[in-house]
Each structure stands twice: as structure tokens, then as C-alpha cells.
Design a protein around this ligand. Structure first.
Ligand code: PHE
Length: 543
């Protein structure tokens, strides 16, 4: 019920604040009548649940029952006036007035118009007549027998006062008015006629009483199956959620995967060495940029579906020199270098297929990124004034590549590659070995060995081995070389520009750094999230 709810609101407020400082403000916040609240508080006082302390009383005005009736339907003089105006021909005798008033009241919707006793109507009619005469709007015509009640002429002032009173009562009923906002004469009339009375509102301060604890409702924290079955969940009190509570479990934020930590370390090392990161957004690449541009013949075994993932949709790449005259010419130079050679090379001497070059694959190495970039650099150089000096570039990329490998403890179908390159006139193998040594020293591998190797796109090529002090052996860690003229000259890089480059996987050093034996513990669905959570920060650079 309303009272119970109010009692609970009181208990809750006292529990929370220890006091209800002023019952008036409490009423306003809870939107309840002050009297209602005081009644509830008094009943609580009787049970020793609360103690009340009176605050200074506050005067207020209220309509009496009579005042309320007038506020709703008008004063009797107003109603009688309406009746006289409605039937000006039949002037009523004083004895007719009660019935006349009852009739007009009924048509004005006065609640007891049909049922109030004859006495009541007599009283009301008398009031209406006397007040109307007093205000000068009615007159008793005593020349007739019995005397008749008639409307006075030129009685505007009187009617105005009557309307004012009605309006003031209505405003008070709607709580839009009080003594301050009503004009003094009207207010005085209302008080004198007993339509409005002055009341004192006693306000209180409430505090918990001696037995307050008994009033506290038990607050439940758990919803049970039984509560759902017997519907008691609808009436029990649940403890509100405390969203500010610190919680018991340790805070778990997201954690970086070890590969991300290592990638970030590589990135920092490159940035410290003055390298710029290349745009590496193409997971799906054309065979052209992944292989052909790199002077890798179309019959090369790496281009087989056994080693490379081919896309079935779209199977073929639509943009390869289409609508770009320069790129078209470049594609033709690539065809020539494959078919017939040039730039001092014999070429591979086979018929190069553009359709083959257009096949879509998942890029097998980030050297595809480097190839695109070198082509762009060559174009930029061509756009500059003839004879402009070539601006050397130090570039790197770190991103995912894909190979159709047999999966085992050290191979996955997707992994990450780091690739660095330097393009500048007249670089030599010594520069390559020097920069590789610098780079690997920074990742904590100071002892290196190089082994001659073969890549279709570099000459010479070197595999990079690093000494692993814990394993006490040399492990293959990367691959490197100087890009071939057959790759660079069709791009139309200036002939004196050499590009030295090296690449390595992110997974191999990560496994070494974090002491992992199986690559599947590092990447894929078998990774243990807990381990990932507790992996230390990347330890690149430890020696
Ligand atoms: N692309 C080579 C690989 O995938 C690495 C490499 C990069 C070799 C640059 C030479 C130059 O293993």
C-alpha cells in the first residue's frame, strides 16, 4: 500500500543518511502529501521506530469544504446570477430561490445538486441572494407582492468582484495562488466568508527510534529458483547494485600477444635506426607483385599450389597496368626480362603469361610489399627533374604472410615476417652485412654467420645464422641479399641504385625469446590464454 511504501522510503532514507532533516523537503522529493507522511511518521513514532523533532511551523492556506465547492462551480451569487440571466422574464420570489439555485447548480454539475436537503438549498439561496445584494448585482423589487429578485442595472463592478472571488478560489485549489498573489480585498472576503482558512504546517526532523532496527527490511542479494516459483521475488526487497564496489577479482585488462610485443620491439629498433614503415595492407596480392616483379619465373616451384594459397574468388586480379600507361609499360618490361632478358641478363627464355601473373594469391612474403614500394620510388624519381639526385631510403615492414605448408611444431600456414631494405647508390655486400649486424645486435644476437644461398630476386644472397647461447648452437634466423638488376631496372630505378634487403620471421625469434618449443603454443586455437596473460614483456635485446 501507499503507506507501507512510504514507511519503507522513510526507513531507506534513515538507513542511508541517518536523518530526514526536514519532512517538507522529503515530501517534495518523494512527491507525497505532507499530511500523509506525517501520519506515517506518527504511526512509526508509536512503534518506537522513529523519533520526531518539531521544526518551525509554516503557515499555509487551504480551501474549506464550502470554498472548494465554490472553486469548482462558482459561488451561489454567481449561480443565481446565471439563472436570472437565463430566464429574465420570470422574476423569482424569495421563496422560489432555493429551487432555482438547485436547478442551476444541477446544470453546472454541482455534485450534490440532486440530493442535498431542502434546508441546504435554502441556506445556499440565502447566501447567494444576500451576497448578490451586498455586491449590488441583485435588488429586491418590493413593489411586487411577494417581492421579486431582479438583476440590478449598471452592476459591472459587483460582477467583477464576484468573478474575482471565484477565480481566486479556483487558483487556490490549483495551488497557483495564495495570500501573496491574490488582491487584498478578495483575500479578505474569502477569509471572512470562511471559504479559506489558515493552517499551520508542522514540519519535523526524523531520526531512527530505539527499535529502528526492527523496521529495516531484509535486503536479499540472491534470486533463487524458489522465489521465481512462488512469486515471492515480486515482493521481497533486493539489495541495490553497488556499481562503485571495487570487486573481488583482480582486474583483467587485455594483454598483448607475445608476437605483438616482439613486433613492436622490431618496429622500435627499425625506427631507432632511421627506417620508415611501408604500407603493407595487401594480404591478397597478385602473383605479379609477389613473384613476377621479383624475377621469379612462372615455373618456379614456390608458385605451385603446394606452396602458395590461391584465391578462388576473385581468382584473377583486375588491376595490373590497366588504365595506367606507365604500369602497363612496366608489366611489358617484366615480360621481356622474363622471356628474353635485358639489362645484361639472358632472362629465363619461356613464354610469360600475363594471366598467370594476374592470379590472386595470399602473399607468401613481405618482399611483395617491398617490390610495390620500390616501383613507387622509381616512379617518384622519374617524376623529378632529370638528373636529380636519388634520395636514399631506409624502409621496413612487419606483417603477416601465408604459405601452404605442412603444419608441424615449427611451421604454420600463416606467420609474420620482418623485412628491412636500404636503397641508395652504390651499396655493397659489406653494407648489407654491416646493417644486418647492427640490426641483430639490437635484438640480442651479436654473433652472426652468413651462408651463401639462392633467391630468384637477390644476387648475392645470404642466409643469416645467429649463435644461440642457451642452445649452444648456430640457428638459421633470416635471409638476405642484394636485389637483382632484373628486378630493379624494369622498374626504372636509376642504374647506380642498389637495394640491400633482409628478412626474417617474427615467430622464430619469439619462440627463442619466450622459450617455446611448439609454434602452436604461440599462434592459433591451441594457445593458452593464461600463459599469454602472464608472459613477461618482450625481452629483445637481452644478452
Ligand atoms: N623474402 C625472403 C623470404 O621470404 C626473405 C628475403 C627478404 C630475402 C629480402 C632476401 C631479401 O624468406
Amino acid at each position: 500500500s501507499v503507506r507501507q511504501a512510504l514507511e519503507q522510503a522513510v526507513v531507506a532514507a534513515l538507513e542511508a543518511d541517518g536523518v530526514i532533516a526536514d519532512t517538507r523537503t522529503f515530501c517534495q522529493t518523494k512527491d507525497v502529501e505532507h499530511e500523509e507522511l506525517v501520519a506515517v511518521l506518527n504511526s512509526m513514532v508509536r512503534r518506537d521506530l522513529v523519533r520526531l523533532e518539531a521544526l518551525d511551523a509554516e503557515a499555509f492556506y487551504e480551501l474549506t469544504e464550502e470554498g472548494q465547492r465554490y472553486a469548482e462551480h462558482g459561488t451561489p451569487e454567481h449561480l443565481l446570477g446565471a439563472a436570472l440571466r437565463a430566464a429574465p422574464a420570470s422574476l423569482p420570489a424569495v421563496s422560489d430561490l432555493p429551487a432555482l439555485l438547485q436547478q442551476v447548480s444541477s446544470s453546472h454539475g454541482v455534485a450534490d445538486a440532486e440530493v442535498a436537503a431542502a434546508d441546504t438549498w435554502r441556506q445556499r439561496a440565502t447566501i447567494g441572494m444576500q451576497q448578490g445584494i451586498k455586491q449590488g448585482v441583485f435588488r429586491l423589487d418590493k413593489s411586487q407582492k411577494p417581492p421579486r429578485l431582479v438583476l440590478a442595472v449598471a452592476a459591472d463592478d459587483g460582477w467583477q468582484r464576484i468573478h474575482k472571488l471565484c477565480a481566486a478560489l479556483r487558483a487556490l485549489q490549483d495551488r497557483h495562488a495564495d495570500q501573496e498573489t491574490t488582491d487584498a480585498a478578495t483575500w479578505e472576503t474569502a477569509l471572512r466568508r470562511g471559504l479559506v482558512i489558515k493552517r499551520l504546517r508542522k514540519a519535523y526532523r526524523a531520526r531512527p527510534g530505539a527499535r529502528f532496527a526492527e523496521a529495516r527490511v531484509q535486503q536479499l542479494t540472491d534470486l533463487t529458483r524458489d522465489m521465481l516459483l512462488d512469486h515471492s521475488w515480486e515482493s521481497v526487497h533486493f539489495k541495490p547494485f553497488n556499481f562503485a564496489a571495487p570487486g573481488t577479482a583482480p582486474m583483467e585488462g587485455g594483454r598483448l600477444h607475445p608476437l605483438l610485443k616482439v613486433c613492436e620491439q622490431f618496429r622500435r629498433i627499425f625506427l631507432e635506426m632511421g627506417f620508415t614503415e611501408m604500407d603493407r595492407s595487401h594480404y591478397v596480392e597478385s602473383s605479379f607483385w609477389n613473384f613476377d616483379a621479383l624475377f621469379q619465373p612462372q615455373q618456379h616451384p614456390a608458385r605451385d599450389a603446394h606452396d602458395t594459397f590461391f584465391l578462388s574468388e576473385p581468382a584473377s586480379c583486375v588491376r595490373l597496368g590497366d588504365g595506367d600507361v606507365r604500369e602497363r609499360e612496366y608489366v611489358e618490361r617484366v615480360r621481356q626480362v622474363h622471356e628474353r632478358g635485358g639489362y645484361g641478363s639472358l632472362g629465363y627464355r619461356y613464354t610469360w603469361s600475363e594471366a598467370e601473373a594476374r592470379t590472386c594469391i595470399l602473399r607468401t612474403h613481405t618482399t611483395a610489399v617491398s617490390a610495390r614500394m620500390l616501383y613507387r620510388i622509381a616512379q617518384e624519381q622519374r617524376e623529378r627533374a632529370p638528373g636529380s639526385a636519388f634520395t636514399p631510403r631506409r624502409l621496413f615492414s612487419i606483417d603477416r604472410v601465408f604459405r601452404n605448408e605442412t603444419l608441424d611444431a615449427t611451421h604454420l600456414a600463416e606467420f609474420h615476417q620482418v623485412e628491412g631494405l636500404v636503397a641508395a647508390p652504390h651499396l655493397s655486400l659489406a653494407d648489407l652485412k654491416g646493417i644486418i649486424a647492427q640490426f641483430f645486435r639490437r635484438i640480442g644476437m651479436p654473433r652472426l654467420r652468413f651462408k651463401p644461398a639462392h633467391n630468384p630476386y637477390t644476387e648475392p644472397s645470404m642466409e643469416i645464422f645467429a649463435f644461440h647461447p642457451e642452445l649452444n648452437k648456430w640457428v638459421e634466423i633470416g635471409n638476405s641479399g642484394i636485389f637483382r638488376p632484373e628486378m630493379l631496372l624494369p622498374m626504372q630505378l636509376p642504374p647506380e641504385v642498389r637495394v640491400i634487403a633482409w628478412g626474417l620471421s617474427v615467430e622464430r625469434p619469439t619462440m627463442i625469446l619466450y622459450g617455446m618449443r611448439n609454434i602452436r603454443d604461440l599462434f592459433g586455437h591451441r594457445v593458452d590464454l593464461n600463459t599469454i596473460r602472464h608472459h613477461p614483456v618482450c625481452r629483445i635485446g637481452w644478452e
